[in-house]
Design a protein around this ligand. Structure first.
Ligand SMILES: Nc1ncnc2c1ncn2[C@@H]1O[C@H](COP(=O)(O)OP(=O)(O)OP(=O)(O)O)[C@@H](O)[C@H]1O
Ligand SMILES: [Mg+2]
Length: 146
């Protein structure tokens, strides 16, 4: 279920701005899920979000490491990418449950691959390609994979 409307993002700068506004309002323990096809803008939005949290270092997609930890912003952030995770057990081995309890912010790209891992209250966003850019909407966390 959508919360609000699809919002047009004219170019990467608008994706960054959207993320920056979101990041400014985040609090310890928040979980942000970013769903969207390859190239939909998930990492770009994360970069903006990190700026909004006051982080000044580099932000790259943790596709191979599965998680990146950013420690120097207003809050600690753990940035996950489920794209290359083949089974949930890999995430448990990595300490998924501990990450949820560390009082930082969790950001997850490709959350729809293992939606049952995302807690109640997750801020869930969908991004999609449209002519002339991207669109983003916040939705209610899906009950299970579609
Ligand atoms: N609103 C936008 N309009 C046009 N291009 C955009 C927009 N937002 C981001 N991009 C561009 O889309 C490309 C892919 O962005 P990004 O890496 O953030 O996608 P992603 O969803 O993280 O992809 P992946 O699934 O591979 O992790 C980048 O070149 C980025 O600059
Ligand atoms: Mg990415």
């Amino acid at each position: 279920m959508e919360i609000g409307r699809w919002q047009h993002l004219e170019g990467p700068k608008e994706t960054l701005d959207f993320g920056r506004r979101l990041g400014k309002g985040l609090e310890a323990g928040d979980v942000v899920a970013l769903e969207g096809d390859l190239g939909a803008g998930k990492t770009t939005l994360t970069k903006g979000l990190m700026e909004g949290l006051g982080y000044e270092g580099e932000v790259t997609s943790p596709t191979f490491s599965l998680v990146q930890e950013y420690g120097r912003g207003r809050l600690e952030v753990f940035h996950f990418d489920f794209y290359r995770v083949e089974e949930m057990g890999e995430l448990f081995e990595l300490g998924w449950d501990d990450y949820l309890e560390r009082g930082g912010v969790l950001i997850v790209e490709w959350p729809n691959l293992f939606p049952e891992l995302l807690p109640e209250g997750t801020r869930w966003f969908q991004l999609r390609h449209v002519e002339g850019g991207r669109e983003v909407v916040e939705i209610k966390k899906p009950e299970r994979a579609d």
